[in-house]
Design a protein around this ligand. Structure first.
Ligand code: PGA
Length: 250
């Protein structure tokens, strides 16, 4: 059974609500009727409602880029899974390397957020990936095993089947350097093997593992041709509707 690919846009800290609305207006006609892949757009929190309203009834799902793990409380500046759910978000990116690098996200907080997202039936896109020094030091496998193991502690096999992981080598994010399809496929196989050990073969077979890091219209089809690569998490090239539509239709 082949896995349906997920093509997700991570807009990071770009676009005002008006710009987000403009994107959706241009983008939807470009992908109308496209059901080969799941399409997800993740704007910043201030544009979530606008994008959700504009995409309602379409083939485009909408997610947040982060959230906190508590339902509510004195956590200034944070957004809870309950809040995301209430406005109609269906997905949430967790543990992006920029969150780990600049905002103190750890394997432990990623795990807490993952369990909270599952509790509230938000679909998590869990990001993992090695930094350049780790790759050059031969530590890629060790890092991926640690991140996967910690992130998935307490997750059941059944929950894992519907989940999405994004393998994003940090050295490839926003740098124009892409992992080769073979490098990505190798990393995905390591992660899938670990999921099989932790949660069993069926979960490992069902789980989608996306590649992220400088995915562009020019390299998307070569990456997507790898059977181990179940989609893409796209940053820079997802900001333009034409460019993101080309990636969706790789
Ligand atoms: P990029 O970002 O496509 O701009 O490299 C990917 C990501 O950070 O998710």
């Amino acid at each position: 059974m082949s896995r349906k690919k997920v093509i997700a846009a991570n807009w990071k800290m770009f676009k005002t609500p008006a710009q987000a609305q403009e994107f959706v207006t241009s983008f939807l006609p470009l992908v109308v009727g496209h059901d080969r892949d799941e399409i997800v757009v993740c704007p910043s929190d201030t544009s979530l409602s606008v994008v959700i309203a504009a995409a309602t009834g379409s083939n485009v799902a909408v997610g947040a880029q982060n959230m906190y793990f508590a339902d509510e409380g004195a956590f200034t500046g944070e957004t809870s899974p309950v809040m995301l759910k209430a406005i109609g978000a269906t997905h949430v990116i967790l543990g992006h390397s920029e969150r780990r690098q600049y905002f103190g996200e750890t394997d432990e907080t990623v795990n807490k957020k993952l369990l909270a997202a599952l509790k509230h039936e938000l679909k998590p896109i869990v990001c993992i990936g090695e930094v350049l020094a780790e790759r050059e030091g031969g530590k890629t496998e060790e890092v991926l095993l640690r991140q996967t193991h910690k992130a998935f502690t307490g997750v059941t096999a059944e929950q894992a089947e519907t989940m999405v992981i994004a393998y994003e080598p940090v050295w490839a994010i926003g740098t124009g350097k892409t992992a080769t399809p073979q490098m990505a496929a190798e990393a995905h196989a390591i992660v899938r093997g670990e999921i099989a050990k932790l949660l069993g073969e069926p979960a490992a077979k069902a789980m989608r593992i996306l590649y992220g890091g400088s995915v562009k219209p020019e390299n998307a089809s070569a990456l997507m041709a790898e059977s181990e690569i179940d989609g893409a998490l796209v940053g820079g090239a997802s900001l333009d509707p034409q460019s993101f539509a080309k990636i969706v239709k790789y």
